[in-house]
Write a protein that binds this ligand. Sequence first.
Ligand code: C2E
Ligand code: CA
Ligand code: CA
Length: 402
Amino acid sequence: MLDGSTLKIMLLDDEPIMLNLHARILKNQGFTDVICYESGQAALDGFESANGHPNLILMDLNMPEMDGIEFVRHLVDRKYVGSLILISGEDERMLQATEKLVQAHQIVVLGHLRKPVSPQAVATLLAKWVPATGSKKRAAATMYCADEVRAAIANGELVNYYQPKVEVESGRFVGVETLVRWRHPKVGMIFPDQFIAVAEANDLIDDLTRSVLAAALKQAKEWHNAGLELKVAVNISVDNLASLSFADYVVGLSLDSGVQPRNVILEVTESRLMADLRSPLEILTRLRLKRFKLSIDDFGTGHSSLVQLRDIPFDELKIDRSFVHGVGSDETLQAIFNSSLGLAQQLGMDVVAEGVEDIADWQFLKQSGCKLAQGYFIGRPMPASELPTWINAWKARVLDGF
Ligand code: C2E
Ligand code: CA
Ligand code: CA
């Protein structure tokens, strides 16, 4: 529990009445070390003085001379490592945008408060405060070198994890997405954002994707033999679509493994601009002709999602998780979610909501008409061996109404 005396708090607002009010709210909650400033400049001077850096700043966004956004820039210059709470009469979208901006500067934003500020809202935000971890904040992802990734592929250190996809209406388990992991003998589990880009940049992505695909189809066949007719999705990099032999490889694999194309979904994201669309277009169209399913991943975040949608015959659209988690209580997300859903439905595509993290997300989906869902609320990515246990647990949750 947070002890009031551990926090050194700075209040910044151009209105003295507000400063007084907010200081009183804090003091009533046991926070005694509170310093007030009426301008950004005065606050910065205080920063330099013997008072030292606060752990937390509550700041008004709209101030006549130096506004809040400008003040944050000065905080960054002064290597401020504490947290921040924004206070403003601006609308929700302005506050959210500012919050994102501040976070991009690596300053922890506990949240924002609308004026008039309520003591309860202050208490809720303050409860989120944790001591700064200094420069270790969000450990920078280690990138592995090409030789290490090459060896990992060759030594079979890559393993497939599978995340369940379910039907929203019935709760029926219909498929999985394959997510690759690197089980490093020394480091332990390494996530794809630490090696996929390395593989792409060093001509290793073809080997990587082929090994992931081969293992996924082998696993799919085992599931089918066991009576589980799952659709298995695999992530394909744009770089895989540069050489025409990729289509033949996928077709061959499907024949060899005995998994029908309609049970294989290829998820494609456009992480950067496709320089030349001819080869990707040819490969994807050929695969579609053979009845493989094509899915447009992370919809809404790419460089030209609508252009891809226009040019490539996708069967499925995955709404990016940044538009899904929290959608029930955010009008902006609802607008984006509903228009993506409507667009996909008009084009006759299936829609998957990614990043369903809690019951509120799930309940929003239930009334939205979205067909499929995936996310931590339903199930985390797991090794194939853990799937039977998850299936039983999921069935029980569906029956119990969660
Ligand atoms: P993605 O295709 O968007 O995959 C979904 C990611 O979201 C996965 O991260 C998954 O663990 C995570 N996730 C799932 N549910 C939730 C949720 O409810 N909340 C949150 N916050 N996250 C959730 P992961 O496994 O770390 O994969 C990251 C990305 O790496 C994937 O994003 C995909 O683009 C790429 N990737 C993974 N496997 C492969 C692969 O075999 N080949 C290629 N080319 N890329 C891959
Ligand atoms: Ca994906
Ligand atoms: Ca995705």
